[in-house]
Design a protein around this ligand. Sequence first.
Ligand SMILES: Nc1ncnc2c1ncn2[C@@H]1O[C@H](COP(=O)(O)OP(=O)(O)O)[C@@H](O)[C@H]1O
Ligand SMILES: [Mg+2]
Length: 287
Amino acid sequence: MLYIYHNYYVVLYVNRIYYMKSSKIVKLLLGYTLVNEFVGREGFNIQQYNKGNYSLFLKQARGENIPALVSEKEILIWLAQHFQNTPLVKRFENDGDVYSLIITAVPGEQAQRMKTAFTKKEIIKLAALALNRLHNTDLSTFPKTQNILDAELDNISSDIAQGRINIDEFTKATNSTPIAALQKLQNQFASLDQTALTHGDYCLPNILITPEKLVSLIDWTKGGISDIHRDFSAIEGSIARNFGQEFIPFFYQAYGIEPQKVDRNKIEFFNLIDQFFYHRIPTQPIT
Ligand SMILES: Nc1ncnc2c1ncn2[C@@H]1O[C@H](COP(=O)(O)OP(=O)(O)O)[C@@H](O)[C@H]1O
Ligand SMILES: [Mg+2]
């Protein structure tokens, strides 16, 4: 439970005690209980707070992760006007160099964990329909018109320049040096059709499903305008890892695209971008 003790805000969690500086964020969480915390895949600190049946998620970033959190906040605000079941932004603020986003919890379990309630094909169908809807959303009022890939390639380029890619591991995994791979990406860039809203990390754990088949998409730090193959590449990998390669055609069938219309070169393009992410030397999480 988060409470005040001698002018400190105190959170007890398992066998640890956190003292937090007073801020609007902390005040919003007074009376809540910290029930879960973890460091996300991209270095964000995530905590879940409950009060009765009501649940909030606190996602925090600092340093180079701040722009992604700001972007997630902006996309969530826009998405809430277009999609039901979008996490609602309750608060966004910074305390020194730590940026905090508080969002409401959406119902459901990570899609790959719903195997007892649904068949794998049913789960895949729900994921495909949600993505089709996202890709066909009218973007006339979308605030972030710049495509996401320009910045992504710039980041890769500066990661290489600063020695932040593990060259040996990257080369082993891709048969290409980071510099040659970046060159390849830059050459292919013009062939992409960057006109849709993409999630950017469209994997099963970011798709929450309820037993009533309500679908909610979470984790929008990589969301933005790009080519739809960006999401195809992510979901293909996720389906293969969780359910098996042979289930991928069901995804395209439900999405409504003939498998031969899926551009394998573009899938390769986004797979290669991911390799830079996998072989990036991580920064320190918030302590
Ligand atoms: N708004 C939310 N509603 C329900 N669960 C959430 C919400 N935000 C995060 N979670 C849970 O926390 C996990 C991690 O959050 P996420 O934003 O996906 O960050 P990351 O993938 O970087 O760890 C999710 O897989 C989900 O289980
Ligand atoms: Mg996630």
